[in-house]
Design a binder for this molecule. Structure first.
Ligand SMILES: Nc1ncnc2c1ncn2[C@@H]1O[C@H](COP(=O)(O)OP(=O)(O)OP(=O)(O)O)[C@@H](O)[C@H]1O
Length: 246
């Protein structure tokens, strides 16, 4: 996750060109360019295609046509594990029969044969998300917010340069939302990763994002700096989302 060389810094982290998903009932076509190091809020009405977009980038959802490029490389045929991407789902990220430490360790080695240096990295990642001392606990005994942070720690130890977070704020109370926002901003500043997060809350977007996109009915209808996004009055679906009076 070291800083990319200056020569490659202009290459977008993510570029989708007519990346097309065809479900039985629905067709989604994504076009967008995400600069390296951006913090992008992904927004849009329920069913618009936000989770599908993440699955396309991470490689869990195949596309029928179009291209997905990550750091300038075509991802066609690349398994999720071989992409420079980590994804944290909204829930069910953790194996309930494994300890917190083992769940994080899976990010380093799926067989969990960790050496001392790797075990130290697990410990450091847990400390980084405010869960130092939680290593031997079982996930079932944690709060929703704590479980989210364990999942974040697992993504963090993988050190992939792109991090996708599906509603990282959803399970959190207001004080914890602010803490999570600070944590994400700090992690991004320390590592220079490109961060995309799905959110329905303007407050969270204002705190964390420097860019935002709005997806409506399977199409990214707007993508750009967050200031312009927050000031937008159209399309009407975006004005509704932002709660702009008519
Ligand atoms: N596996 C699937 N098979 C068929 N249709 C699907 C599948 N997954 C999603 N869809 C449909 O595709 C559309 C986009 O779904 P998606 O989950 O990406 O939306 P979303 O914006 O993430 O929604 P939400 O905010 O409610 O989570 C919806 O109409 C959904 O019903």
């Amino acid at each position: 996750m070291s800083d990319p060389s200056a020569a490659h810094r202009h290459v977008p982290a993510i570029r989708l060109a007519a990346a097309t998903v065809q479900y039985e009932q629905k067709r989604l076509v994504f076009d967008c360019t995400v600069p390296q190091g951006a913090r992008v809020a992904v927004t849009g009405p329920s069913g618009a295609g936000k989770s599908t977009l993440f699955n396309v980038i991470a490689g869990f959802q195949p596309i029928r046509s179009g291209t997905v490029e990550i750091f300038g490389k075509d991802m066609q045929g690349r398994e999720p594990a071989a992409r420079p991407v980590s994804i944290v789902f909204q829930e069910n990220n953790l194996f309930t029969h494994l300890t917190v430490g083992q769940n994080v360790g899976l990010g380093l080695d799926p067989s969990l044969r960790l050496d001392a240096a790797e075990r130290d990295r697990v410990e450091a990642a847990l400390a980084r998300v405010g869960l130092g001392g939680y290593r031997d606990r079982m996930p079932g005994l944690l709060s929703g917010g704590e479980r989210q942070r364990v999942a974040l720690a697992r993504a963090f130890v993988r050190r992939r340069p792109i991090l996708l977070l599906d509603e990282p704020f959803a399970a959190l109370d207001p004080a914890m939302r602010a803490e999570m926002a600070t944590l994400l901003l700090d992690l991004q500043a320390e590592t220079g990763i490109t961060l995309l997060f799905i959110s329905h809350q303007v407050d969270d977007i204002r705190r964390v994002a420097d860019r935002a996109m709005f997806i409506d009915d399977g199409v990214i209808v707007m993508e750009g700096p967050v200031e312009g996004f927050l000031a937008a009055r159209e399309p009407p679906a975006l004005a509704d989302f932002l709660g702009v009076p008519d």
